[in-house]
Design a protein around this ligand. Structure first.
Ligand code: FEO
Length: 174
């Protein structure tokens, strides 16, 4: 059984994952509006990933006999100055999510909840990937901006178009 503190903290994290999904869906529609279909498609995959993260936490609460209480999800930002600003925002947001996951790990240790601690390790690894992905694209966008090449932006848009959603189902379920 989950302690009250852990149950509440995971319910709060479900909100953060859904907010992340909402934020990336908003970015996707913004990229669509400025003609960057590959960026839009990449963010749509990100939206799906975040929904899967929320469900992973939700299913974990249920598996441990807890109660899921969904919280209000704020409206996300609707537009950005440039793709580079979009990815700066994304990286900053993922760093915030990483800090939330780290807080959850600290709480699991404090509460001596080994099962929750184990479940969270998947998210610890996932956050490394999330920050790495955003950083890699941001680095390219910085290079493009410095080189002043819209042709390069076109190439990056094509590259991002190739991303496909892979559900985390095959991995050890939480
Ligand atoms: Fe669910 Fe992007 O962290």
């Amino acid at each position: 059984m989950l302690s009250q503190r852990i149950e509440e903290a995971i319910n709060e994290q479900i909100m953060w994952e859904l907010y992340s999904a909402y934020l990336y869906l908003s970015m996707s529609t913004w990229y669509e509006s400025i003609g960057l279909r590959g960026f839009a498609s990449w963010e749509r995959v990100q939206f799906q990933e975040e929904q899967a993260h929320a469900l992973k936490f939700l299913d974990y609460i249920i598996a441990r006999g807890g109660r899921v209480i969904l919280r209000q999800v704020d409206a996300p930002q609707a537009e950005w100055e440039s793709p580079r600003k979009g990815f700066e925002h994304q990286l900053e947001h993922e760093r915030l999510v990483t800090s939330k996951i780290n807080d959850l790990v600290d709480l699991a240790i404090e509460e001596k909840d080994h099962a929750t601690y184990n479940m969270l390790q998947w998210f610890v690894d996932e956050q490394v990937e999330e920050e790495e992905n955003a950083t890699a694209i941001l680095d390219k966008l910085r290079m493009i901006e410095e080189g002043g090449g819209s042709g390069m932006l076109y190439m990056l848009d094509k590259e991002l178009q190739a991303r496909v959603y892979t559900p985390p189902a095959a991995e050890k379920s939480a």
